[in-house]
Design a protein around this ligand. Structure first.
Ligand SMILES: Nc1ncnc2c1ncn2[C@@H]1O[C@H](COP(=O)(O)OP(=O)(O)OP(=O)(O)O)[C@@H](O)[C@H]1O
Length: 306
């Protein structure tokens, strides 16, 4: 396998805080790898270690076969989570400035149009909205046409249409052969974009796999969520496996073709409800399961034959 990036046994502490605790991973060339995990899990520290902007206490990083600080700067780009360019430059001037730092850069006009800022390129950075500023920041990471692109929460603060545009852009870059290492709190974004997802928690890489494999292994079953305060007792004799909170009754393991039967059973049991929603497991379920972030209200479980 042709790896763009290999990390072995990376650890990094800040005082008593262990930010990374023995992280090993490899990212294949042309892959989109999404790193997810709770606040403080160590994602930014890992990105910094992989890009050579922090030195791990132990472990090794290899980018295209070299230590990160020895890689040709034209081949790698990083959009940090916190990035504050000079505010009294226009979007165009900023991209021209960053483009000028490289031996080979892309036409600024092309980058502006890819990030959806061609029409707003003449405003000072400080006068742009938060989402427009983030787009310019993303653009600054694209000017050198990198082979490996690190994006630390690229779509934070961007409106839904802008997120969709940026996702399309990231997908296009990956189709063109760019390796993308992305951190995000947006599970839909990770699921839509990533070939593989890594979940980091407490500085450890808990699980790595394709979104489909992670959902199949850890996402649980499809289910029907019934908005009702009826509790499990009212449905105890139904034969279904159910759980309840004070506001919902969840019927587990319901395949789409069985929804009608389940609804009929609810009605036979005399359960009144406000709404019904059927959900398939998603990466969000995987995240909540593996990161130990299930909601505070513990469901009451009741067994069933189905
Ligand atoms: N420069 C630093 N000095 C001291 N502690 C730090 C430093 N950078 C990170 N940490 C600590 O290391 C841990 C991991 O932080 P990191 O920023 O890598 O997490 P993260 O997963 O990126 O979080 P978020 O999702 O909130 O951005 C946290 O406990 C954080 O407080």
């Amino acid at each position: 396998m042709d790896n763009a990036l290999v990390a072995e046994d990376l650890s990094r502490s800040y005082g008593d805080t262990t930010a990374l605790d023995g992280v090993s991973l490899a990212v294949v060339r042309g892959e989109v790898f999404a790193l997810i995990g709770p606040n403080g899990a160590g994602k930014t520290t890992l990105v910094r270690a992989l890009t050579g902007t922090t030195t791990p206490d132990s472990g090794t990083v290899s980018v295209f076969g070299s230590p990160p600080d020895a890689v040709d700067e034209n081949r790698i780009a990083l959009l940090p989570q916190a990035f504050s360019p000079p505010e009294r430059l226009t979007g165009r001037e900023l991209l021209e400035y960053y483009a000028g730092l490289y031996d080979h850069s892309r036409p600024v006009e092309d980058v502006l149009s890819e990030i959806g800022m061609a029409a707003d390129a003449e405003g000072w950075y400080e006068t742009l909205s938060g989402g427009q500023q983030r787009r310019i920041c993303v653009g600054s990471a694209l000017v050198n046409d990198p082979d490996l692109l690190f994006l630390d929460e690229p779509t934070t603060g961007i409106d839904p249409a802008g997120r969709r545009d940026l996702r399309d852009l990231i997908a296009d870059l990956a189709d063109g052969g760019t390796t993308v290492f992305l951190t995000t709190h947006d599970m839909a974004e990770a699921e839509a974009l990533a070939d593989r997802v890594g979940l980091l928690a407490d500085g450890r890489l808990v699980e790595v796999g394709s979104p489909e494999a992670l959902v199949a292994d850890h996402g649980g079953e499809s289910r029907l969520v019934v908005e009702t305060d009826a509790g499990t007792d009212a449905f105890a004799d139904s034969g279904y496996r159910v759980s309840a909170t004070s506001r919902t009754l969840t019927i587990h393991g319901i395949r789409p073709e069985k929804i009608g039967e389940a609804v009929a059973a609810l009605e036979r049991a005399g359960i009144e409800y406000e709404s019904l929603s059927w959900t398939q497991p998603s990466l969000e379920d995987v995240y909540l399961e593996l990161a130990g972030e299930r909601g505070a209200e513990e469901p009451v479980l009741a067994g069933g034959a189905r």
